[in-house]
Design a protein around this ligand. Structure first.
Ligand code: PLZ
Length: 420
């Protein structure tokens, strides 16, 4: 840590003061030989595990063949196969195209470029509590100032924000459809549908606090977008690839997005991201208008193909539901005896616990920090999130065993009890 502090800027923070030596099967082993139970998956990345056998073998095989040629110079088959698989796996049976990039933020940027090229419009709307990345354009779409935006302005032009559906903190009587109409009337009043190129939303918000919108919210927004020729972009960077007990979270809401942005869980830890969507939208930018040196790197594509195979052959969509049920059961039981747990929510193996001062809905970020720090000290990797910093989130690798998950949850419950 001393060498890190002397060589890496403080802006690159770390959740835990440990250094990884090896990882896999839901365990991270640090350089001192401590074994940590992983309930964070490197921020929702290692869905298939940190060292899934098919991924290791596919990457090794590819590394021996070639590490790079640049798809824009001399293309290779694995990129096309990843595109074909994403076109098949994503919601909707319309004709699709997929373009590959490196990071979630880069894919979001490209989804916006494509939407603008398709519509000839400029405005883009994102939602309260949204997280879409840290690059110049995506920072403007991300809602939270500290630490993501503070001091980094000015932000890109023609970015707007609309109110979200946040059931736990919603005004009485406002259901999902009403929340959507509240957003729609704000968009019509402040932007104008005719100026709006795209609406971007995480079907279940990640960094913002694992916020699951009320039923009716997303379909109502999507219907309005369709009616007005606004491209509906689902940012499934955090929710994608079996995590939520469906291949994509959009399916929980019967949503067929025009464009879907994926990253994180797509390639078992190798940097890869994608924009997948309606062929007529995706084909709007001219030849050479999209790309990047490394986009769809061959090692990352080999890994992604191995991830798709692992999800399908190991039944990881179903596994996410089983893990999710175990998480929900444990935390709902804890909630019944602990007034500091305001809400337990999520879908599949994407579960969060929102911490409040008992008897109120007032966020308690200090408690979230204390619980996380104590859990870390006891050997469990847990992450926090939330606009108010008061949410503990659980995203175990789907390769974790029931026994290890149970042990992690026992330790966490003990932390709550000991802090009673
Ligand atoms: N969209 C929904 O969750 C990344 C960010 C962690 P990149 N979330 C983790 C941090 O502190 O930087 C994310 C996301 C959603 C986009 C992104 C951005 O993905 O691969 O980090 O660029």
């Amino acid at each position: 840590m001393t060498r890190k502090q002397a060589s890496v800027p403080r802006g690159i923070g770390t959740t835990m003061p440990v250094f990884a030596a090896a990882a896999g099967g839901g365990v991270v082993v640090d350089v001192d030989g401590n074994s940590l139970i992983d309930l964070g998956s490197g921020i929702a990345v290692t869905t298939v595990g940190n060292s899934a056998i098919r991924v290791i073998e596919a990457v090794q095989r590819q590394a021996e063949l070639f590490t790079h040629t640049c798809f824009m110079v001399t293309p290779y088959d694995s990129y096309v196969r990843v595109a074909e698989q994403l076109n098949r796996l994503t919601p909707g049976d319309h004709e699709k195209r997929t373009a590959l990039f490196n990071s979630g933020a880069e894919a979001v940027e490209n989804a916006i470029k494509i939407s603008r090229a398709h519509t000839g419009r400029q405005a883009v709307v994102a939602f309260d509590h949204a997280y879409h990345g840290r690059t110049s354009l995506t920072m403007g779409l991300t809602a939270k100032n500290m630490p993501y935006k503070h001091g980094f302005g000015p932000f890109a032009a023609e970015l707007y924000r609309a109110p979200m559906s946040y059931p736990y903190r919603e005004a009485p009587g406002v259901d999902g459809v009403a929340a959507a109409h509240r957003a729609i009337s704000q968009m019509e009043g402040q932007i104008g549908a005719g100026n709006l190129a795209a609406m971007i939303i995480e079907p279940i918000q990640g960094e913002g606090g694992f916020i699951v919108p009320a039923d009716g919210f997303l379909p109502t927004l999507a219907a309005w977008a369709r009616e007005h020729g606004v491209v509906f972009i689902a940012d499934e960077v955090q929710t994608g690839f079996a995590r939520t007990g469906e291949m994509f979270a959009s399916t929980h809401f019967d949503l067929v997005p025009d464009l879907i942005v994926t990253a994180k869980g797509i390639a078992g830890g190798l940097p890869l991201s994608a924009v997948t969507g309606r062929a007529e939208i995706m084909d709007a930018p001219g030849v050479g208008g999209l790309g990047g040196t490394y986009g769809g790197n061959p090692l990352a594509c080999a890994a992604a193909l191995a991830v798709f195979e692992t999800i399908e052959e190991d039944g990881l969509v179903e596994r996410a539901r089983v893990i999710g049920a175990a998480l929900m059961d444990r935390f709902e039981a804890l909630q019944r005896s602990d007034g500091r747990i305001g809400e337990v929510r999520g879908r599949g193996a994407m579960v969060a616990v929102e911490l409040v001062h008992p008897g109120t809905t007032t966020p308690d970020p200090a408690l979230a920090k204390r619980v996380a720090t104590e859990a870390h000290a006891r050997g469990v990797i847990v992450l926090t999130c939330g606009t108010y910093g008061n949410v503990l989130r659980f995203l175990p690798p789907l390769a974790i065993s029931d026994q290890l998950l149970g042990a992690g949850l026992d330790l966490l419950v003990a932390v709550f009890e000991d802090m009673g």
